[in-house]
Design a protein. Structure first.
Length: 88
């Protein structure tokens, strides 16, 4: 599932993924009345697929808010970062 189209770039999928796994790609706009009843079941199915362990995203570093420039430089180079808003 992909959500949103903020990049305006085409979504690329390898043909072999679709053919050999017999997958289907369907686009929709969630505001359409015929889509609304399908959203909750789709989300329930997604939760089942993710499983009890959830999704893990490793954090490369945590920066205090006064080092936001360093944090942005790190993020641009790659890696997930967090900004800490606490004093300690």
């Amino acid at each position: 599932m992909t959500y949103g189209d903020v990049s305006d770039k085409p979504m690329e999928l390898p043909g072999s993924l679709l053919i050999w796994n017999q997958l289907t790609v369907e686009g929709f706009f969630e505001g359409h009345p015929h889509i609304l009843p399908k959203i909750a079941p789709a989300l329930r199915e997604l939760v089942k697929m993710i499983g009890p362990g959830g999704i893990r995203q490793p954090i490369a570093a945590t920066y205090p808010v006064d080092r936001v420039k360093d944090a942005v430089e790190h993020a641009v180079k790659g890696g997930r970062i967090l900004l800490s808003l606490s004093d300690g």
